[in-house]
Design a protein around this ligand. Structure first.
Ligand code: PEP
Ligand code: MG
Length: 593
């Protein structure tokens, strides 16, 4: 039997299943006497304190394994101090005189509803994490022992409904060869952790635990996002070959890290990394990144208990900039539409957050927020090659207003006698149809542009990038997307200003040749692990051939026809990289951040 899920860590694992019983608690509601209310509140506090202690211990272990994972655990610890989670639960206990377990799960349900309004895949992914944290508190409330997995003494593939952070970190890593969960998306902590350890993992395999028993032979195909239960010996052999091929393939890709991304006819592209936290910098050189093309600063706000001060921002930026030496670091100003810290714990309720106060709009509505960020960026600019990037630009007015704030901040720094790079470059993200259409105006106001294809596709096609119901309509190869890209690149080329692409499409090797054929691209910025493969494609093609491919595709009207054409073309040109039997390529579907 084959089941489908979301591949979150590549590779193939073959072995015995270990079904972890991580079923959720059945929470019973009961009322408590008025006289016992404060005792119940105290019991809740005790469970929180115990959970904090566990989190602290877990974080210490996590730091030894994967830095990025440890940062995520910081967010968990902060949630334990969160007013909404704690105070609302206590209020529920006091007001409704209900037991702590019920009161907490009521708070959680309300909290989770807030996530539905967030138009950010990354934050949406946190929904499961929050749920898991509450499960840990509940375990402590009911006195349920933490899962230890201590009876695992041989290599296994874990199949479970969900994995809490404590389960994940306490896993006997030497024995865990693969991971399958029923919940979780692309950005869930399980994926980040598994990828850091190189364990093949698949999330979102619905009802997998009802199909698998401990001891069953299974295969986790983290390349194609498939679980094969009780495979035949012939299938096992096929997957052993796939496993060996993938390992060899990965090694071979990394051999190009010191080479230039240059086409056979001498066209050079800088390959840069998209990062979300400072902890990722260490890995960038491993994949041959030539700089940071997009630093999503949202994480700094997300991981902080209160709004980060300019000083904290500066320390973070400085660290990245110094680590990158002379290489460029593009710091994007805050691109978040809804953040409880910005609204003193109150949700900024918008019926349509994707079209609401996000990106530069929020920054202009809260100028001090932008000023603090810009000051920190300017100060960090003294330590290396820093550029500023404004998100969600839809008119020149926004750039002019933001630049006015930038000038004010520069004046402050002059007065304070603090040096900075006075010629710091300022760029705009091109991710709204308005910016794409008026690119000739926009480009006059900035030093460079960076195309955010994740949002550009969403807004061009009117398809919510995080809505599963319309995922099939999110088509990066839609003619309107390709025409827009071509138009943007050509307008930019006329001005001689630099163009980069920092959306997922820019890091999709299947799209590399087509993108290069559409127009002049100076840099592609992507998840660092995609760099070697994209580089391999660039090093094997001629720009003329890429232009011919783009010309052919631009004559087609149907998005599916274009996808099929591109897939076939790339498979024919790069059998090793896109061969169906190996199927290493990313699926052509929305993989927004
Ligand atoms: C984009 O929209 O393509 C982009 C890179 O920004 P984000 O995914 O952070 O919205
Ligand atoms: Mg965007």
């Amino acid at each position: 039997m084959t089941m489908k899920g979301i591949s979150v860590s590549k590779g193939v694992a073959i072995g015995k299943a270990y079904r972890l019983d991580a079923t959720k608690f059945c929470i019973i509601k009961y009322h408590i006497l008025e006289a016992d209310v404060e005792k119940e509140v105290a019991r809740f506090h005790q469970a929180i304190e115990k959970t904090k202690l566990q989190m602290f211990e877990i974080k210490k272990s996590a730091e030894k394994v994967a830095d990025k994972y440890a940062v995520i655990l910081d967010t968990y610890s902060l949630l334990l101090d969160d007013d909404i989670l704690i105070n609302d639960t206590i209020e529920n206990i006091r007001k409704h005189k209900t037991n702590a377990e019920w009161s907490l799960s009521e708070t959680l349900n309300n909290f989770l509803k807030l996530f539905d309004n967030i138009n950010d895949n990354y934050l949406k992914g946190k929904k499961d994490d929050l749920d898991l944290l509450v499960q840990t508190i509940l375990k402590n409330l009911v006195g349920h022992a933490q899962e230890t997995m201590s009876d695992i003494h041989e290599p296994v593939i874990i199949a479970t409904h969900s994995l809490s952070p404590s389960d994940t970190i306490m896993m006997p890593k030497n024995f865990v060869k693969g991971l399958i969960t029923e919940t979780g998306g692309k950005t869930s902590h399980v994926g980040i952790f598994a990828a850091a350890l190189g364990i093949p993992a698949i999330t979102g395999v619905k009802e997998v635990t009802s199909k698998i028993n401990s001891g069953d032979q299974i295969i986790v195909d983290g390349i194609d996002g498939e679980v094969i239960i009780s495979p035949s010996s012939k299938t096992i052999q096929q997957y052993k070959n796939k496993q060996a091929n993938y390992r060899k393939y990965e090694e071979s890709l990394l051999s190009n890290i010191n080479q230039q991304a240059e086409s056979l006819d001498g066209y050079q592209v800088n390959l840069l990394a998209n990062i979300e936290s400072n902890h990722e910098i260490k890995n960038l050189h491993k994949f041959g990144a030539e700089g940071v093309g997009l630093y999503r600063t949202e994480f700094l706000y997300l991981a902080a208990a209160s709004l980060p001060r300019e000083k904290d921002l500066y320390e973070n930026f400085k660290q990245v900039v110094q680590e990158m030496g002379k290489q460029p670091v593009v710091i994007r100003t805050l691109d978040i539409g809804m953040d409880k810290q910005l609204d003193d714990g109150k949700t900024n309720e918008e019926d349509n957050p994707a079209l609401g106060l996000r990106g530069i709009r929020l920054s202009l509505a809260k100028p001090q927020l932008l000023a603090d960020q810009l000051k920190a960026i300017l100060k960090a600019s003294l330590h290396g090659n820093v550029k500023i990037l404004y998100p969600m630009i839809s008119s020149t007015t926004e750039i002019i207003k933001a630049n006015k704030i930038l000038e004010q901040v520069k004046d402050e720094l002059y007065i304070e006698k603090i040096s900075f790079n006075e010629k710091i470059e300022v760029g705009a993200m091109i991710e709204t149809p308005a910016a794409a259409i008026c690119i000739d105006h926009i480009i006059n106001e900035v030093d460079y542009i960076s195309i955010g294809t994740n949002d550009l596709i969403q807004y061009l096609l009117a398809v919510d990038r995080v809505n599963d119901n319309v995922a099939h309509l999110y088509q990066p190869f839609h003619p309107s997307v390709l025409r827009s890209l071509k138009n943007i690149m050509h307008s930019a080329e006329k001005t001689g200003k630099k163009v980069s692409i920092c959306g997922e499409l820019g890091g999709d090797p299947m799209a590399t040749m087509l993108l290069l054929g559409l127009g002049k691209i100076d840099a592609l910025s992507m998840e660092p692990h995609s760099i070697p493969k994209v580089k391999k494609i660039i090093r094997t093609i001629r720009i003329q051939e890429a232009q011919k491919l783009a010309d052919d595709v631009l004559k087609m009207s149907c998005p599916n026809e274009i996808s099929t054409f591109i897939i076939n073309e790339m498979r024919a040109r790069f059998p090793e990289d896109f061969d169906r039997s190996l199927s290493f390529e990313k699926k052509i579907n929305p993989t927004s951040s």
